[in-house]
Design a binder for this molecule. Structure first.
Ligand SMILES: Cc1cc2nc3c(=O)[nH]c(=O)nc-3n(C[C@H](O)[C@H](O)[C@H](O)COP(=O)(O)O)c2cc1C
Length: 206
């Protein structure tokens, strides 16, 4: 099934701009609901590092979301088929590292293999650095590193959903970092361009 709207009125076109107007007029087709994650997976793609019983590991992750400002809570969906699952569940810690486009091939390789029998830090030549408050290592090549402690594990067994509190954060002073945003099927969208509209945004913290 398709639906399309009649051409937008001129005043609306002025308001929304040509692009939005074109999207409005575009014919839209039915889309399989099992695939809608391609639009909602906001990214950025992150690398989750962990440490447990003398072992370290790292996995690629796209399914995460902010839950709260203070304390800074982040929810992450980690499959119980991943080696990282038990490592973060047992250690109750991790670091969320944010890579940029320069690391895209490593990001994919890290997400293609399990760390069950390999040290992915060594295999993919990642530089580990000591975190301040957790045992999981920081990845020095990533432009931001968020140290996390497990805040709530009530949804872990049912959904693999870990709710983390970010207890310490490091961010490099880089303008418009080109983060990776996954669209499924091997397609990555690359960020990098910002527009400053703070005068239009009302409300604190928005
Ligand atoms: C772009 C991309 C995004 C991914 N997102 C997730 C995710 O959100 N959750 C998850 O459990 N696995 C995700 N994966 C898969 C894991 O990274 C993959 O299973 C990895 O091998 C797990 O490593 P581990 O077994 O060493 O923990 C993703 C992989 C890629 C390439």
């Amino acid at each position: 099934m398709h639906y399309s709207l009649p051409t937008a009125a001129a005043s609306e076109e002025d308001l929304t701009g040509r692009y939005v107007s074109a999207v409005r007029r575009a014919a839209k087709r039915d889309f399989p609901v099992a695939e809608i994650r391609r639009f909602l997976e906001p990214g950025p793609i992150v690398l989750v590092s962990s440490a447990w019983k003398g072992e370290r590991n790292v996995m690629t992750m796209g399914w995460h979301m902010m839950l709260e400002f203070t304390p800074a809570l982040v929810a992450c969906c980690i499959s119980d088929r991943d080696h990282s699952f038990e490592m973060v569940r047992q250690s109750r810690e991790c670091v969320i590292n944010i890579p940029t486009v320069e690391l895209v091939h490593k990001v994919i390789e890290i997400g293609n293999v399990t760390g069950d029998h390999m040290d992915k830090f060594r295999a993919f030549e990642l530089t580990s650095a000591s975190a301040s408050l957790v045992k999981a290592p920081l990845i020095a090549e990533c432009y931001a590193n968020f140290e996390c402690r497990l805040k709530d594990d009530r949804l872990v067994s049912e959904y693999g959903l870990f709710i983390w509190e970010v207890v310490h954060a490091y961010v490099a002073d880089i303008k418009d970092p080109q983060t990776l945003h996954y669209r499924g099927d091997g397609e990555f969208m690359i960020a990098g361009h910002s527009i400053d509209l703070h005068k239009e945004v009302s409300g604190k913290n928005m």
